[in-house]
Design a protein around this ligand. Structure first.
Ligand SMILES: Nc1ncnc2c1ncn2[C@@H]1O[C@H](COP(=O)(O)OP(=O)(O)OP(=O)(O)O)[C@@H](O)[C@H]1O
Ligand SMILES: [Mg+2]
Length: 512
């Protein structure tokens, strides 16, 4: 469907500045529709060739009443003679009221208001409503329709939409949220039932009608500012932690003089309370990750202390490996503690994990270089924790088994001057995220797997942990095979996309 700007460009001769005036009107006319209990149509007029052609450039329905039109009339073109009152408002430049047959089954009461900017009529706003039956109208309805008429006069005078209106930070309250009508002296002439409820919550216990606005608890500055600046002003009042009310003040102007104002009030206590809860919950979860990380580090130090007292090499190395596994998990919690999300970018964890493994490579006789390639994207925190342990095991295996301390590699030992220092072992960590899942490869250029190696038969603790986690917990697959080129080993882990989605069910691709 075409927008106001597009329709204005194709059907009228209005320039950008004039179109902006109409857009400003339309952005706040939900208020007018509510006050008028009627459909509002904004008519533009065709260019020279078609003087009597009218095009609907805007249509809004009331939330307080029944619409006349089931279909949206945006973009419809009418012969000017079928909308005589609109045509008359265009040519005379004054508001026209009357009753016409507009094609619907009934006579329709029309108020046609010229929309003026700097003296010039840009468009006509038509309020269209089925003639009300004889049923007497309520005080509230009479008040609201009277208010619509005051806004209509402002539109005709070019005083509404307001100049330099503050752009909205909040959803504009609607009339149904609560409405106060205030006179030029700041006395409340009328208060809708919802407005009274909001004021009661702000602590105003006595009668609202007849009271002074400054006694409402909404603060008097909003009214003063709206009167002084002759534009709409928004404010939010919070009384301790219990009540929060947004008020939106629209001054009523007559030839540049403020004759009163309406204040829409919306109780946002519940909304703000939920905002605060979300924020604090988020902080709590981060704090918990932080504490888990600290606790894991404490456990690591205890194990390290214990290992120093041991004599047996086997026992010491067993404790050393446990320290390493715990450190891998604590890396993930550290990352989660710093993130505001439940997901972590796994690529960010790889670096710290490499450092955990590097710390365990004590012998300078076998330097190993690590390279990270690709990106794994975002993964849920729980998956990241498990995957971190898996990656650490695979890295540790490369360090432990691919590059034995003795210079076993024939081409290395035979080439003079090509010692380990100038030809370090290389371990590449290749990450890839695709629509069908994630793959993680640890590729080394070491001595390769032992002859007859069979993953299914491997009994070491490291690969047992890897298989249990990958196949069990992560629902993925693992393979160990000789490198495609030269010597070395490729360990590959693949995770299905279904395990990489958060609790909200959206799968995220890596960014960048
Ligand atoms: N990158 C690799 N290069 C060469 N051999 C490997 C490689 N990764 C694993 N292996 C072989 O697979 C075996 C099993 O590994 P696994 O991690 O299960 O046990 P481990 O490393 O010997 O002991 P642990 O991990 O419990 O300390 C290793 O002993 C080694 O022979
Ligand atoms: Mg191992």
């Amino acid at each position: 469907m075409a927008t106001l700007a597009e329709l204005a460009r194709s059907h009228t001769e209005l320039d950008d500045r004039r179109v902006v005036h109409l857009q400003d009107l339309v952005s706040s006319w939900g208020l007018l529709a509510d006050l008028s209990f009627a459909d509002l149509l904004l008519f533009g007029r065709g260019g020279n060739a078609a003087e009597d052609q009218l095009v609907v450039v805007g249509h809004v329905r009331p939330t307080t009443g029944i619409t006349l039109y089931r279909a949206d009339l945006m973009g419809q073109v009418f012969d000017g003679r079928r909308r005589p009152l609109v045509t008359e408002a265009f040519s005379t430049g004054v508001t026209v009221r009357g009753s016409v047959n507009v094609g619907a089954d009934h006579d329709v009461r029309v108020t046609a208001v010229p929309v003026r900017q700097d003296g010039e009529v840009l468009a006509v706003l038509a309020r269209e409503r089925i003639r009300p039956d004889d049923r007497s109208t309520s005080e509230q309805e009479r008040t609201y329709v009277g208010l619509f008429d005051r806004f209509a006069a402002m539109i005709e005078q070019g005083e509404f939409p307001y100049r330099d209106e503050e752009r909205l930070r909040h959803r504009t309250p609607r009339v149904g949220d609560g409405l106060l009508l205030v006179d030029a002296d700041g006395r409340i002439e009328f208060a809708s039932p919802n407005a009274v409820s909001s004021l009661n919550r702000l602590g105003m216990t006595r009668g609202v009608t007849g009271a002074r606005f400054e006694d409402t608890g909404l603060g008097s500055s909003i009214l003063r500012e709206a009167f002084d600046r002759r534009t709409a002003v928004i404010d939010e009042m919070e009384r301790s932690d219990e009540v929060a009310v947004v008020s939106h003040c629209f001054p009523l102007l007559d030839r540049g003089v403020a004759t009163g104002a309406i204040v829409l009030v919306r109780d946002v206590t519940e909304l703000r309370r939920r905002d605060r809860q979300l924020v604090s919950k988020d902080a709590t979860i981060r704090e918990i990750h932080h504490r888990v990380k600290n606790n894991l580090q404490t456990i690591s130090s205890l194990l390290r202390l214990q290992s120093r007292r041991l004599q047996g090499e086997e026992a010491r190395s067993a404790l050393g490996e446990s320290v390493r596994r715990i450190s891998a998990i604590s890396v993930v919690h550290e990352t989660l503690a710093q993130s505001t999300e439940d997901d972590v970018s796994f690529g960010e964890i790889v670096g710290p994990l490499v450092r955990v493994v590097e710390e365990s490579v004590s012998s300078p006789l076998r330097p190993v270089t690590f390279i990270v390639e690709g990106d794994a994207g975002m993964v849920p925190g729980q998956v990241a924790t498990t995957l971190a342990v898996v990656l650490t095991e695979l890295l540790q295996n490369a360090v432990d088994h691919a590059f034995p301390e003795a210079p076993l590699l024939p081409d290395r030992s035979e080439t003079p001057g090509d010692g380990e220092d100038s030809n370090p072992g290389l371990v590449r960590i290749e990450l890839e995220r695709r629509s069908d899942g994630l793959s993680l490869r640890v590729v080394d250029d070491g001595v390769g797997l032992p002859e007859g190696f069979d993953l299914d038969e491997a009994t070491g603790l490291g690969l047992t942990i890897v298989r249990t986690f990958v196949e069990g917990e992560l629902g993925g697959g693992i393979s160990l095979s000789p490198a495609e080129r030269g010597s070395g080993t490729v360990a590959e882990v693949r995770l299905p996309a279904s395990r990489l989605t958060g609790p909200w069910g959206d799968s995220r691709e890596p960014t960048g």
